[in-house]
Ligand binder design. Structure first.
Ligand SMILES: [Zn+2]
Length: 413
């Protein structure tokens, strides 16, 4: 029952690396060679090299596959971390040239297609610690200046796709402070910063990294080790990726049962769920298969185990899904979901998302004693079983139907 709910409920994914979504299937479509290695970073480097061997052609393949993948999982909005600097190094295309290609490609994919209600945008990541050395382009400040210019360019669509700046890599390789001048400049422009923090290093290092990241953002990539930091009282939004944590974090070795997600939920941290690098990560129960967002939600259900009742599991999952929607644009006060939705100028999506939020909020969050019976669950399935993303007319009819269904349900509850 919960599995079905997870499949069909419209979701968002806020922490996923575009380059990290390249899996063996995509490599084959790009005509590249699949390598095997026990180190996922070797595979990552191979894959990104293949992407860049023919960027124009291969980014098309990659983006089309990501749209397909979003559609099958009912993910209507995705925020990709993207390393424009690394692509720049391998292709010599600057940020603007890369986004000219990317935007053109997205527009082509979405035009008159079943993908028109799927939205994606990007956080531009820089690597911790060594950007000055590796990337000459970064050194003279051009990188950040170019991002600011692109986002402020009102005539173009860049600001629809470039949503902010991030920093990734091991916490001990310097904090954001290393790039203080650049990040302060970004902050001054009201451009959101979504840093990775709280993954690596001994406790004092990872906590220091979180502390400094919190000066720039109230949403962190991972932040999963925040409970080790006894002197941090803030509760930032945490984009959690369970499988990624189990595989990549080596300073503390998490298992399914010792992963902090249960405690974070108990302590009421606003968490969202993501896959981080689905092309590089494999399922615990089936190492032949890559993970996806549905798998991560089901893994959480598995971790919650039998100590949680089914209605409580529903509540937790629903809350995480709503946290994701609420943090689509968790940047400034005015830049919330409503602005995002207004920005995409799609009245139908606005109405449906609001309706949807109101509905699940009423049922699962505001009525803590509420128990879902099977009848109600069936209604819920009917309500969500509308393909939000398929063609216009079809959608309109369905929507009408669900709206009246919703009104009736509302009266009853
Ligand atoms: Zn990440």
């Amino acid at each position: 029952m919960i599995n079905k709910f997870i499949n069909i409920v419209p979701k968002v994914e806020l922490h996923i690396h575009l380059e990290g979504t390249i899996d063996n299937n995509i490599i084959q479509k790009m005509g590249g060679t699949i390598i095997t290695s026990s180190n996922p970073f070797n595979i990552f480097n191979n894959n990104i090299q293949i992407l860049c061997n023919n960027f124009y052609n291969n980014i098309n393949i990659l983006l089309l596959e990501t749209f397909k993948n979003r559609l099958t999982q009912n993910i209507f909005y995705t925020q990709y971390h993207y390393s424009a600097l690394k692509i720049m190094q391998l292709t010599t295309l600057n940020v603007q040239q890369q986004f000219d290609i990317i935007i053109n490609c997205i527009n082509n994919i979405k035009k008159n297609s079943i993908y028109q209600y799927i939205y994606i945008d990007f956080i531009l990541d820089i690597p911790r610690g060594n950007a000055y050395i590796i990337y000459p382009y970064f050194k003279n400040g051009d990188y950040f200046n170019e991002i600011i210019t692109l986002i402020n360019n009102e005539n173009k669509e860049y600001n629809k796709y470039i949503r902010g700046v991030g920093i990734g890599g091991r916490d001990e390789n310097n904090t954001i402070e290393h790039y203080k001048i650049e990040f302060d400049k970004i902050l001054k422009q009201n451009i959101p910063i979504i840093p990775h923090a709280g993954e690596f290093g001994p406790t004092h290092v990872t906590c220091n990294s979180i502390k400094i990241a919190l000066q720039y953002s109230n949403r962190l990539g991972h932040g999963v080790r925040i409970l080790e930091c006894t002197d941090i009282t803030k509760k930032p939004v945490l984009d959690i990726s369970i499988t990624s944590n189990l595989i990549f974090i080596n300073d503390v070795k998490y298992t399914k049962n010792t992963h902090p997600i249960k405690d974070l939920i108990k302590k009421d941290y606003p968490i969202t769920l993501s896959t981080d690098d689905p092309g590089l990560l494999y399922r615990l129960d089936d190492p032949q298969k890559n993970i996806d967002l549905l798998y991560e939600y089901n893994l959480l259900i598995d971790i919650l185990g039998t100590s949680y009742s089914i209605p409580n599991k529903f509540k937790i999952i629903t809350k995480i899904i709503l946290n994701g929607i609420d943090n689509i644009n968790n940047y400034t006060n005015k830049n919330n979901i409503f602005n995002f939705l207004l920005n995409i100028k799609n009245q139908k999506i606005i109405e449906v998302v609001l309706l949807y939020k109101e509905y699940i909020n009423n049922i699962y969050i505001s009525t803590p004693t509420h128990f879902i019976d099977s009848n109600e669950f069936n209604n819920l399935l009917i309500f969500f079983d509308c393909d939000l993303f398929v063609a216009d007319n079809y959608f309109k009819n369905k929507y009408k139907k669900y709206k009246s269904k919703y009104e009736t349900l509302k009266k009853e509850t």
